[in-house]
Write a protein of this length. Structure first.
Length: 341
């Protein structure tokens, strides 16, 4: 599961979790440098212009770092540590190479923001060289965030407190990114419904429950009968059909039931906990009637065919349930569509 959560969904870079996971590999080669970049006043940008503009600025800094790394460095990797913090690991970079690289990033960021009508942004940075300054990633974080801290003190309490607070913030933002990535992975972009991965997870949990307490469940394989004709008018019309169809199906089922966009086209899967095949067929009939009524005024009236499969009557594995419901759906279409089989 960790591999699914080590890439930042906004910039595409490896994230803080990946850096920690590969803490020894972050030191690229026997000598090099680590640079942390921290955007100044990103929170103010988010407040004044909205988080979408802030995200575009973050992408701008990511772009600038990567452009300069590809043109000036032979071996480098960038990580997004948190909302506005990036870490660059550069092999064989010397102390005297850091400032020219930072100037390149400043220039590229200015070009990026100006060209896209974004607020002009500045950043702070701090750097360490290894092995002269540090030899481990934890030591590097201490040095880097001490240097970034706005309130250093001789006793060290202020910068250490700032470091701990910053790392907690970084992990909190990384968790938010992971939640976003998780939700994105389980959501269909067109319909806004949960997708086939989410459906399979729910079916696995219902199947496990069945084996524990014999609690039955059923599924409906729902397939629209008219999508091809709407796609021929334009894929925007086809997408509108998919959205409306998903909403209509969801409105016609019980409160505890779930509807998912399936693999392609206007296929949907409805999961019905606690029902046998007879009850599932009745719900399927209700879905057919609701769709036919909701779309009767469209240019081409829309109907659906529904295939039913129940556990344990028809199958007792997830794959076989889906195959059974899919076959039943094909039978409904062969019998004239707009019906349940």
């Amino acid at each position: 599961m960790l591999r699914d959560f080590t890439r930042d969904p906004l910039t595409g870079l490896s994230n803080l979790i990946k850096a920690v996971e590969r803490k020894d590999e972050v030191f690229r080669g026997s000598t090099g440098a680590l640079i942390v970049f921290d955007l100044i006043d990103l929170g103010e940008v988010n407040r004044r212009w909205g988080r979408d503009v802030g995200d575009r600025v973050i992408n701008g800094l990511s772009h600038a770092i990567q452009v300069c790394a590809s043109s000036m460095l032979a071996d480098a990797e960038a990580f997004r540590l948190s909302g506005d913090d990036f870490l660059l690991s550069a092999r064989d970079m010397r102390k005297e190479d850091v400032h020219p690289f930072v100037l390149c990033v400043e220039k590229e960021l200015a070009v990026y923001t100006e060209g896209r009508g974004l607020p002009m942004m500045t950043f702070r940075y701090a750097s360490v060289n290894y092995p002269d300054d540090v030899q481990t990633l934890p030591a590097a974080f201490v040095h880097l965030y001490r240097d970034l801290s706005r309130t250093p003190s001789a006793g060290g309490a202020d910068w250490m407190e700032a470091l701990v607070e910053k790392l907690f913030q970084d992990f909190a933002e990384t968790i938010d990114q992971l939640k976003f990535a998780h939700d994105k992975a389980l959501t269909d972009d067109i319909s806004g419904l949960a997708n086939h991965r989410a459906a399979e997870q729910l079916l696995e949990s219902l199947l496990a429950r069945y084996y524990n307490d014999q609690h039955p469940f059923a599924i409906l394989f729902v397939d629209g009968d008219n999508l091809k004709q709407y796609n021929e008018m334009g894929y925007d019309r086809g997408n509108e059909l998919i959205k409306r169809l998903g909403a209509t199906i969801r409105a016609s089922i019980r409160a505890g039931d779930s509807v998912f966009r399936w693999l392609s086209g206007d296929e949907f899967l409805v999961v019905l906990p606690g029902v046998d095949r007879n009850a599932a067929e009745q719900i399927g009939e209700r879905v057919c009637l609701a769709v036919a009524k909701a779309f009767s005024h469209w240019t081409i009236p829309v109907t659906v065919s529904v295939g039913v499969a129940a556990c344990p009557q028809d199958a007792q594995t997830v794959d076989e349930l889906i195959r059974c419901a899919s076959r039943a759906n094909a039978e409904a279409k062969q019998m004239g569509k707009n019906r349940v089989s």
